[in-house]
Design a protein around this ligand. Structure first.
Ligand SMILES: [Zn+2]
Ligand SMILES: [Zn+2]
Length: 246
């Protein structure tokens, strides 16, 4: 009976290709019903209005619609605000891993669509003049073969209709993992690695920096600082996933 029902369902709603996020079957939608439910659920979770990170279990936040995480209440960032499609876990984390480490470049389209949805969910970003992908050092680019942020930026740019400029923000060298260093030290080390190649192209403009993941925010903060120092007006950040704060 179950098989017959499935066959009938397939006749009425033919099964589409694989869901790009989980590999399950979908029926014409961009992601399968199960993944859509997860992503929509993220949209209802409490997150920090400044850095966009999601409240972790046990995180203390006031019971108001707009709230700021502990770090954002204490420190400032060089970007106005950051947003992500969801927390860095479950289907999003798996998809980002497949995208980055197994070279499933087609995932950029699906992830970028979810990022654009997050960017359009309310007045998150004002007018944006230009999107910049988070650069990789040449060494890392050679090893990976592609810059995942550049692929995301290209898709997000076309969905949000913002021009994308690759090569305006570059990373001259790789910085070693800096776990254990205080935030200020991590950020100043990283800042030395980023460089703007044509500051005239940024002067007074509203910039969106695009990356795959926002975890501690050190990389985004350093890149945004360099972009601001080069004369950009306001800087915003958009990633496929963001960490949680506790
Ligand atoms: Zn799915
Ligand atoms: Zn925050």
């Amino acid at each position: 009976m179950k098989l017959l029902w499935k066959a009938l369902l397939n006749l009425v709603f033919p099964e589409g290709p694989e869901c790009p996020l989980c590999g399950g079957r979908r029926r014409g939608e961009d992601v399968c019903g199960k993944c859509r439910k997860i992503i929509d659920g993220y949209g209802k979770e409490p997150y920090c209005a400044r850095c966009g990170r999601y409240a972790g279990k046990g995180a203390v936040f006031p019971s108001v619609a707009v709230h700021f995480c502990y770090e954002c209440r204490k420190h400032s960032w060089p970007f106005v605000r950051a947003r992500a499609a969801g927390p860095y876990e479950s289907v999003l984390k798996d998809a980002i891993h497949r995208f980055k480490y197994t070279g499933r470049r087609s995932l950029a389209i699906c992830l970028a669509r979810l990022m654009a949805e997050a960017a359009c969910a309310g007045p998150v970003f004002p007018h944006l003049d230009l999107a910049l992908p988070m650069p990789l050092s040449n060494e890392k680019l050679r090893r990976r073969g592609f810059n995942q942020a550049a692929l995301l930026a290209k898709e997000v740019g076309s969905l949000l209709q913002i021009p994308v400029s690759e090569g305006l923000l570059v990373k001259d060298f790789e910085t070693s993992p800096q776990a254990g260093l205080p935030r200020a030290a991590r950020e100043s080390n990283l800042m030395g690695a980023f460089r703007v190649t044509d500051s005239g192209a940024l002067r007074g403009r509203s910039i969106l920096i695009i990356d795959d993941v926002f975890t501690t925010g050190s990389t985004m903060s350093s890149a945004a600082s360099v972009v601001r120092k080069a004369g950009a007006g306001q800087v915003f950040a958009l990633t496929a996933a963001a960490g949680r704060y506790f």
